[in-house]
Design a protein around this ligand. Structure first.
Ligand code: FMN
Length: 216
């Protein structure tokens, strides 16, 4: 078996490599969700929680990834109190893992609007029907909510985005890439940079990436 090594010397920008990895996973056709990542948040009690979300965009410069969700969900509540998040991608058959860490901010509303408009109608109605992470007594309650929303929007050509649904940008402060190696001598490299403080428009002005190789 041929084992992949990370580039030597390490590139200045890990996000170009991560972008290529996501594209290669997509092109391979192996993965139903090549852009799936396990996202961890920490709630107000310090309790971490992890769930899969889809990485819908990776912007190398200035360096953030985007996912979409319900702002009132458990993850949304956690982020409202603590913007520190981490996530991990795993492409098992490609022997690759990518870990990311950073700070989550709300995507600009226009960006969320545009993405919501690109979704199929059923998903749009579903976003209105589901108060994600809230308790329901029985599943039929959700199906009734879905029917009610279908009726509400029956005559609406373009369904607007619900205010509680939208994107988050994860501004990346650390990236770690991993490839499987022979005899468990995997290849690992970590990039870190400072994010500074969040600006009034919700963006950061990150510093330069610093990289190092790590023992497996
Ligand atoms: C393959 C896969 C993709 C998913 N993508 C998303 C997503 O992009 N956004 C989202 O809110 N939930 C997504 N989910 C559901 C989440 O894992 C989770 O159940 C939901 O967001 C509620 O999480 P929370 O209660 O911790 O907020 C996905 C689940 C799977 C298995």
């Amino acid at each position: 078996m041929n084992f992949e090594q990370l580039p030597e010397p390490l590139p200045d920008d890990p996000l170009k490599v991560l972008n290529a990895w996501v594209a290669e996973a997509r092109d391979s056709g192996i993965y139903p969700n090549p852009d799936a990542m396990a996202l961890s948040t920490v709630d107000q009690n310090g309790q971490p929680a992890t769930r899969i979300v889809l990485c819908k965009q990776l912007v190398c410069d200035p360096g953030f990834v985007v996912f979409y969700t319900n702002y009132g969900s458990a993850k949304g509540e956690a982020i409202a109190g603590n913007t520190a998040v981490s996530a991990v991608f795993h492409w098992d058959s490609m022997n690759r893992q990518a870990r990311i860490e950073g700070r989550a901010t709300l995507s600009p509303t226009q960006e969320s609007d545009d993405y919501f408009a690109s979704r199929d109608r059923e998903s749009q109605v579903g976003a209105w029907a589901s108060a994600q992470s809230q308790v329901i007594q029985e599943r039929s309650q959700l199906l009734r909510a879905m029917q009610a929303m279908q009726q509400r929007f029956a005559a609406t050509a373009e369904i607007p985005r619900p205010a509680q649904w939208g994107g988050y940008r994860i501004w990346l402060s650390a990236v770690e890439l991993w490839t499987r190696g022979e005899a468990r001598l995997h290849d690992r490299a970590r990039w870190q940079r400072t994010l500074g403080t969040v600006l009034s428009d919700g963006s950061y002005q990150p510093g330069d990436w610093q990289s190092c190789r790590l023992q497996p």
